[in-house]
Design a protein around this ligand. Structure first.
Ligand code: MN
Ligand code: MN
Ligand code: ZN
Length: 279
């Protein structure tokens, strides 16, 4: 099973790998900058070298990067839209330098301009970024919980974005279980998971599902709320995660936990998922 967790980069980007390995992960997700700010400095060659060496030492594959939260490619305001493009672009360049396989971002919020307009803005922004950055790193769109004017709670919205992008083969999708649950799919029931898999396959195609964020949810199905809970401690429940990680159509996907960090050496979520895994 490919299992990772979002870990801190305190002390340097290369420090992420030991943190992941220490809790039994073979994959990892990180921020490559402060996720709540715009500021970003260059990744120096030496830093990238240390990063690649640590990765090799701890044998972590793949490396998934999560983009900053302030980025909003759907914004109707030119200033924020342009700022968002240059921010995501420089994160993308960082990913290339570090050799990360995936860069995940939230599609954004149209803040009143409407869904169609927002989708157009996102696609236009992605076209600019993909044109200007030449890299093997894939960009993944993450589904959202559907609060406010956010775009991407429906797979059809993600598909519309992908269809408007020229180099769409460089795009993929990340499904967050918590977001899917509070948006519309009742993963606590077998039928809810089947519905999600069928919808995704019919609308986008399962080959384009590259990463799954495994998070339980503090809130009920269809509430559009986004608060992650530890696996088995939320409204989705551990039997739902057992179904998900062993499902023949999902079992080989990359699973990444975005649950809170434990204040001890082991990670109960990683341990539980390994217990629930059937092979
Ligand atoms: Mn996310
Ligand atoms: Mn997520
Ligand atoms: Zn979330």
């Amino acid at each position: 099973m490919i299992i990772g967790k979002h870990v801190s980069i305190a002390g340097g980007l290369d420090k992420a790998f030991k943190r992941a390995a220490d809790i039994g992960c073979n994959a990892v997700q990180i921020f490559v900058k402060n996720p709540r700010g715009w500021k970003m400095r260059e990744v120096e060659a030496e830093e990238a070298e240390k990063f690649r060496a640590a990765r090799q030492k701890f044998n972590i594959n793949p490396v998934v990067v999560h983009a900053a939260y302030l980025i909003n490619l759907a914004s109707p305001k030119d200033q924020l839209w342009e700022k968002s493009i240059s921010a995501l672009k420089s994160e993308y360049q960082r990913c290339d330098r570090l050799g990360a396989e995936y860069l995940i971002f939230h599609p954004g919020s149209h803040t009143g301009s409407g869904l169609e307009k927002g989708i157009e803005r996102i696609a236009k922004a992605l076209n600019i970024i993909l044109n200007e950055v030449d890299t093997k790193t894939m960009i993944l769109l993450e589904n959202t919980a559907g609060a406010g004017t956010s775009i991407g709670e429906k797979f059809s919205q993600l598909k519309e974005i992908i269809d408007q992008v020229d180099q769409s083969e460089r795009l993929g999708v990340c499904i967050d279980s918590c977001h899917a649950f509070t948006a519309q799919y009742n993963l606590a029931e077998t039928e809810g998971l089947e519905e999600l898999i069928n919808d995704f396959n019919n609308i986008i195609g399962l080959d384009n599902l590259k990463v799954m964020h495994l998070n339980d949810s503090k809130y009920d199905c269809c509430t559009n709320k986004d608060e992650h809970a530890h696996i088995g401690k939320g409204k989705i429940g551990s039997s739902a995660f057992k179904r998900l990680i062993n499902h023949s159509k999902l079992k080989d996907k990359i699973f990444i936990l975005e649950t809170p960090w434990f204040d001890k050496e082991e990670d109960d979520d990683v341990i539980l998922l390994k217990e629930l895994r059937e092979d």
